[in-house]
Design a protein around this ligand. Structure first.
Ligand SMILES: [Zn+2]
Length: 356
């Protein structure tokens, strides 16, 4: 099952978020946008080789005219990248980072995969879904492998930048909307979903702190163990960032919605990453939240970043009841300091109108 199908099937019948009345005055919003300059919007896309050149040309030029500045492509497709660039859009490669299920890698290096507190490896017993094949971020071999993958993409002339996805641990806690689907109560961290307890991580942690994680009664409460794991991901990101810098191309990441949620459920400390932009997936339906929460989430992220780099609010189209509701979310994101939004799902003309 690919990511798209996973999202689709797990979210079917998801709760409809209650529409919060907006209090933003149109004038105030307009003034704020003027002050900050024109918002920049993005779209996450899985390029389909069946799409014709004419379709691509029309679509990309329409996007460009609607305030979209760039496309984040899940695969490299020369045709799609070239057409997007010809329309004046930036074309970035969206790369799955820690979650890597390529068959050759699974066969050659099962020991590189992340291990749960129960001792089960993502190489042989992936949690939740079959495609959850997370690598261990602490291993030098893994970092070198990912650096090679980044180098390969950034070396392509048509690739304007690198966009990291799945740059994290396995979800120790899933967004609440998915609990029912997996018949789980994750009100606490369960050992089966808590990673990485591989030998390399354990010995590296012991060397750094003098603590043996197997001897700690409540490892989920160990602050130094948490910090250690945040840092392993941060080091992977910062290593890839150096490669992007060498190519003089931007690097960004799709992350969990707020700094607090990201640290708590997937060990992402994204405010401390060396990036050029961040795209938090502020998917309100996943967390059974209202549209109003989108503004709060943006504000929390922007405050945490202290202007280090721009934040583009990731919005999940299937969770909006209508284009107007989507338009309200865009306004809230911009009002709270987002540099623009990023759209997951193919935007219709009615959706594009809401960007203007
Ligand atoms: Zn490990």
């Amino acid at each position: 099952m690919n990511k798209r199908e996973f999202l689709k099937t797990t979210l079917l019948g998801g709760t409809a978020a209650a529409l919060m009345p907006l209090t933003t005055s149109a004038k105030k919003y307009g003034d704020e946008v003027k002050k900050k300059g024109k918002p920049k919007h993005w779209v996450w896309v899985n390029p389909d080789e069946k799409e014709s050149d004419i379709d691509l040309e029309q679509r990309f030029s329409k996007w460009k005219g609607s305030g979209i500045v760039g496309v984040l492509f899940e695969e490299f497709s020369e045709r799609h990248f070239a057409r997007a660039k010809a329309a004046g859009l930036e074309a970035h490669r969206w790369m799955w980072t820690m979650n890597r299920g390529e068959k050759e890698l699974l066969a050659a290096h099962p020991e590189w995969y992340s291990v749960s507190r129960e001792g089960k490896s993502c190489a042989t017993e992936p949690p939740y879904v079959g495609y959850y094949r997370f690598l261990c971020p602490s291993r030098q071999e893994v970092r070198t492998y990912l650096a090679d993958k980044a180098e390969e993409q950034l070396s392509k002339k048509l690739v304007d930048g690198l966009h990291l996805d799945y740059i994290r641990f396995v979800d120790v806690i899933l967004p609440v909307n998915l609990w029912e689907n997996y018949k789980l109560d994750q009100s606490r961290e369960l050992p089966a979903f808590d990673f990485c307890y591989c030998e390399v991580c354990k010995s590296k942690f012991k060397k750094e702190t003098g603590q043996d994680i197997d001897q700690i009664v409540h490892p989920d409460q160990s602050l130094s163990w948490r910090n250690f794991r945040y840092r392993q991901i941060t080091e992977v990101v910062n290593g890839l960032s150096l490669i992007a810098k060498k190519h003089k191309k931007p690097i960004s990441a799709a992350v969990f919605p707020t700094p607090e949620v990201a640290k708590r459920i997937v060990r992402q400390d994204w405010c401390n990453w060396e990036l050029n932009a961040i795209y938090p997936m502020i998917y309100h339906g996943f967390y059974k939240e209202t549209i109003g929460w989108i503004g709060d989430a943006v504000k929390e992220g922007v405050n945490g970043l202290h202007g280090k780099f721009p934040l583009y609010a990731g919005l999940y189209l299937p969770d909006f009841k209508n284009p107007e509701e989507f338009g309200d979310a865009v306004k809230l994101a911009l009002k709270n300091g987002a540099g623009g939004i990023s759209i997951f799902g193919n935007p219709s003309d009615e959706i594009l109108e809401q960007l203007g």
